[in-house]
Write a protein of this length. Structure first.
Length: 300
């Protein structure tokens, strides 16, 4: 049986420049606090994405064996220090899919966030190439219980939480919104979740998608539905993350649910048009789109 690797704080000076350090520099460049990062494991995990077009689907190959996050052990991070002063903690279902140690660390992080009084959200992010539905449900349901916000699509709800979503044909580009609202209500009731957001992607082809979402507020008993955008896809990678970021931003601004949802969908619609992982748009640009300026005309 292999011993868990020792994780140590990531130094800012004198580190060998490699994949990890390049990533750290990119985070610093975006103004992200990296003072709590730790280094460990054998390598940085990567994946290969082939961008599809028209009727040819995009495909992803994961190369994450022996990656730092997959080899992390419980107790490697002092989560109470990390969460000090935090108001929101967001995690993704990809992390616990990488192994028991990573799943245990997610549990530690959630508990520390609760102790710090921070709200907790999760993007279910089911990846069938990383684990089975049975394994995902066994691990994820206890982790998401009591969350302030769950973000998902129809596959996530069924695969990760075992929540049936009837109606519609996602592959054929047809969605039945009532079925998704029922699934959101059931999820909130069964797992004591305050809000459930479901992204609604109509995959007309790899190049053309319909994009919208709904947000169910369990405390108010209200389900908000967003505007639908017709999107010509430049790069889908990061679209879900930009939706989550936009929704969390809106809720932290204490906007009403419908406003926060509109901002999230608008931000993500714009991300579909930008190559790479980062959403290079401003709050003002998103607000202009939400207000109806979606012509795409050149700004002179």
């Amino acid at each position: 049986m292999r011993r868990a690797p020792a994780f140590r704080p990531l130094g800012a000076i004198g580190e060998r420049v490699g994949g990890l350090q390049i990533a750290v520099r990119m985070l610093r460049g975006e103004g992200v606090d990296v003072s709590h990062l730790v280094r460990g494991g054998s390598r940085v995990g990567i994946y290969f994405a082939e961008t599809g077009a028209s009727q040819r689907a995009s495909t992803v190959i994961y190369d994450r064996a022996h990656s730092a996050i997959s080899e992390i052990a419980p107790g490697s991070v002092c989560w109470d220090d990390v969460m000090g002063g935090a108001t929101w903690f967001h995690w993704t279902g990809i992390t616990p899919a990488l192994g028991a140690g990573a799943a245990a660390c997610v549990r530690e992080a959630i508990d520390a966030a609760r102790r710090a009084g921070a709200r907790v959200s999760v993007d279910l992010n089911y990846r069938r190439k990383l684990w089975t539905e049975a394994a995902a449900q066994a691990v994820m349901r206890p982790l998401v219980e009591g969350a302030d916000l769950i973000i998902a699509n129809e596959e996530d709800l069924q695969a990760v939480l075992g929540m049936a979503v009837g109606g519609g044909d996602v592959k054929g580009g047809a969605l039945e919104s009532g079925a998704y609202e029922r699934a959101a209500r059931d999820t909130a009731a069964q797992l004591s979740v305050k809000r459930v957001a479901i992204t609604l992607r109509e995959s007309l082809s790899a190049s053309d998608n319909g994009w919208s979402a709904l947000l169910f507020d369990a405390e108010a008993g209200v389900c908000h539905r967003s505007q639908r955008y017709s999107v010509r896809v430049v790069d889908r990678i990061g679209a879900g993350d930009s939706f989550a970021a936009g929704l969390i931003y809106g809720l932290l601004q204490q906007w009403k649910g419908d406003m926060a949802l509109a901002f999230a969908v608008g931000a993500s619609a714009l991300k579909h048009t930008i190559p790479g992982d980062f959403n290079r748009v401003s709050v003002t640009e998103v607000q202009q789109l939400v207000a109806g300026d979606g012509s795409g005309r050149v700004q002179r």
